[in-house]
Design a protein around this ligand. Structure first.
Ligand SMILES: [Zn+2]
Length: 299
């Protein structure tokens, strides 16, 4: 059964791409929930832990909140304005948004256009991965990486946090995949990638702190680059760092000039790392070969 399905997909690439696109839409819908709820779950845990360490009692409201069941599945999504529970029919990625005209079916409050955009972008990026790797295990692994990067990008953008619960499993997944040769990265390159990825930003962070007395980025950034290094091997680290700092610097300078944004307000670096990581994941080899010549980096 599964074997037949795989053979069918290999013979009909169009069906495979459409399937991945639809799965991408559905996953994008789930990512919207993760992006919204994971920071709330984390902040609630921080609060409980902090109060425990300080030996303070939770207030009555905080106690209630701590006992309430709140995770990525429970409770069902509701309209933040009127509390209307989103029905299955209203939860079809992109389609429902268009049918509802971007408004809650009950109170007509505006629904952020961000939700369908994230669903659509997830579907498009998923399809890019499928086109690149075809009907292989590499596509399956690559989709997992892509989905994690999308969630990390948006969570960092919203909250300046890169949750350990996503970055750390990504590091281990990258190392494990290298053991099975899913990508063209061996175990040694993967482990060096994780170590150097973490260390390189750690050095930048402490150097920056010594020079300016300010903190330029967070520990989450180190772990994210460690994960990208584990997936793609140490050789890809310079490409990722170069890309992310280049784009990050341009966006940062533009924001300071155009929006008069205080240059001391931290701008999350995670989205640039994630975007550069995705580009390097699909096209990094070509970039390395084009700029450095095939021989220079042969292992
Ligand atoms: Zn409503």
């Amino acid at each position: 059964m599964l074997e037949n399905l795989i053979i069918f997909m290999q013979q009909t690439p169009a069906a495979f791409f459409i399937l991945v696109f639809v799965v991408g839409l559905l996953v994008g819908s789930f990512l919207n929930v993760v992006i919204h709820r994971l920071p709330i779950i984390m902040q609630r845990e921080f609060l409980v832990n902090a109060k425990e360490i300080l030996e303070q009692e939770l207030t009555e409201d905080e106690q209630k909140q701590a006992e309430q069941k709140f995770n990525l599945v429970v409770p069902r999504s509701r309209c933040p304005k009127c509390g209307h529970q989103i029905t299955a029919l209203e939860n079809i990625p992109v389609v429902s948004y268009l049918f509802l005209g971007g408004k809650c079916s009950e109170c007509k409050a505006k629904i952020s256009v961000r939700y369908p955009i994230i669903e659509f972008v997830t579907a498009v990026l998923s399809m890019l991965v499928a086109v690149y790797f075809g009907v292989t295990w590499a596509t399956l692994a690559g989709l997992f990486l892509t989905w994690c990067l999308i969630a990390l990008t948006m969570i960092d953008f919203d909250t300046c946090l890169l949750p350990d619960s996503i970055t750390q499993p990504l590091i281990w997944a990258g190392v494990l995949l290298s053991m099975y040769g899913v990508f063209d990265v061996d175990l040694k390159a993967s482990i060096f990638g994780a170590v150097f990825g973490y260390l390189s930003l750690w050095v930048v962070y402490h150097g920056f702190k010594i020079l300016t007395g300010k903190e330029g980025m967070g520990y989450g950034d180190f772990k994210l680059l460690a994960a990208l290094g584990a997936w793609m091997g140490w050789k890809m680290l310079p490409v990722i760092i170069l890309f992310s700092s280049f784009v990050g610097a341009i966006v940062g300078i533009t924001m300071v000039i155009a929006l008069g944004r205080d240059k001391n307000i931290p701008i999350p670096f995670g989205p640039y790392l994630a975007a550069a990581g995705f580009i390097a994941f699909l096209w990094g080899d070509k970039i390395l070969t084009a700029y450095l010549g095939a021989g220079a980096f042969a292992s």
